[in-house]
Design a protein around this ligand. Structure first.
Ligand code: UD1
Length: 363
């Protein structure tokens, strides 16, 4: 059976790594790895291939950054040629980025079966590009592999049939568990001269936060107070860096002595940073899951989440971008009154195995 595995951006790499590793055990699966090139910086792309031992992509479409329409159009056009050349039986896409949706559209129109890993998660917020990508992908992909019960329920509500759906658990956790030794070995906490459990990790990159000056400023206002009490580490995503400079907010950061700015970190260093944090402030999706897995309090700087299980079962709370609200939740954590969470069903490191078992039975 010929399978094309598609990746495009940083969060895709953590999801595909365990699936490729598992597929490699079965010589009857002929794999092609296609990188769309949506992310191309070493720190956002190549470093993850090295650390997670993902093989070099067989094909890199080198699409790069652009408006969404142009980026999606270019991926579609280039990916069509790949499908024509390789004639795959199945395409496997992960996550909810533009590359996920673009390649799904191409494949389904060509009558190629698509498997979507991380299907069914919904924020209900159509102003997020990822939500549009999720809805389009899940409405046409043939096989849907949700990470949690809520995602299964969403798919059933949208009219997908139980035969199309296999709850496989969370592939991100496969990677996290597989990387424990390297995460243990990371010296990032010492390097930044921090001490375990006594600093905060912050990440920020959603357009809904960083493209709006008022929201961005409000988060930084909260940060100004937080860093007076506990050091904060802030690995900066390129989009965030660009917007900081555009709004002239980079000067505000310089006035925060206890704030450590870094470039985007590799997977092992970042995993270590999160694991040893007192708590995490983020607007990322995947980090809500990783903090739940580690049992680290997570303040999510958004009004909604497509990962509600991290709230109902995990350590996550939706707080948004309001300065006072962020500070109120900060106080709750610092006074030791944050909820304790558990690990959701099937977040057990075996998700890739379930996915590949399913693929092997397709023929
Ligand atoms: C994309 C995904 C988002 C995911 C995020 C993880 C979509 C719609 N968004 O957002 O879901 O959470 O990746 O990082 O697919 N840039 C660089 N170097 C790169 C890539 C991007 O400097 O390697 C800069 C460019 O200025 C670009 C901007 O970042 O315009 C945004 O990149 P883009 O790929 O459009 O979206 P992300 O914000 O990275």
């Amino acid at each position: 059976m010929k399978v094309i595995n598609v990746v495009g951006t940083r969060p895709n790499f953590m999801k595909i790594a365990p699936i490729i590793r598992e597929m490699n055990r079965f010589p009857q699966l002929e794999q092609l790895l296609v990188h769309t090139g949506q992310h191309y910086d070493h720190q956002l792309s190549h470093s993850f291939f090295e650390e997670l031992q993902i093989p070099e992509p067989d094909i890199n479409l080198n699409i790069g950054s652009d408006t969404h329409a142009k980026q999606v159009a270019r991926i579609m056009s280039a990916f069509e040629d790949v499908c024509d050349d390789f004639q795959p039986d199945v395409i496997l896409v992960v996550g909810d980025v533009n590359s996920t949706m673009a390649c799904t559209l191409v494949a389904v129109k060509k009558g190629i079966k698509v498997i979507h890993v991380e299907a069914g998660i919904r924020s209900g917020d159509l102003s997020m590009p990822e939500e549009i990508n999720r809805l389009v992908t899940d409405s046409i992909a043939q096989y849907l592999m949700p990470p949690s019960r809520d995602a299964v329920d969403n798919l059933l509500k949208e009219g997908r049939t139980p035969e199309q759906i296999l709850m496989v658990g969370n592939v991100m956790i496969d990677t996290l568990l597989h990387s424990q030794m390297e995460i243990d070995r990371s010296d990032i906490v010492q390097k930044l001269e921090l001490s375990t459990g006594n600093y905060v990790t912050l990440t920020l990159h959603r357009p809904s936060n960083v493209d709006h000056e008022d929201k961005f400023r409000s988060i930084l206002d909260a940060l100004k107070e937080i860093q007076k009490e506990i050091p904060v580490v802030f690995p900066i995503h390129p989009r965030t860096k660009k917007m900081l400079e555009q709004f002239g907010l980079d000067k505000e950061l310089e006035q925060m002595p206890n704030l450590h700015l870094t470039n985007p970190l590799g997977y092992f260093d970042f995993g270590r940073l999160v694991r040893d944090s007192r708590f995490v402030l983020t607007d990322s999706g995947g980090i809500q899951e990783e903090t739940t897995y580690y049992g680290i309090p997570c303040i999510t700087l958004r009004e909604n989440t497509e990962r509600p299980v991290t709230i109902t079962e995990g350590t996550n709370e939706l707080v948004g971008a309001d300065r006072d609200k962020i500070l109120e939740h900060f106080r709750t954590i610092m006074s030791g009154n944050w909820k304790r969470g558990g690990i959701p069903e099937l977040w057990d490191g075996q998700s890739a195995q379930r996915i590949v078992d399913f693929i092997l039975k397709l023929n």
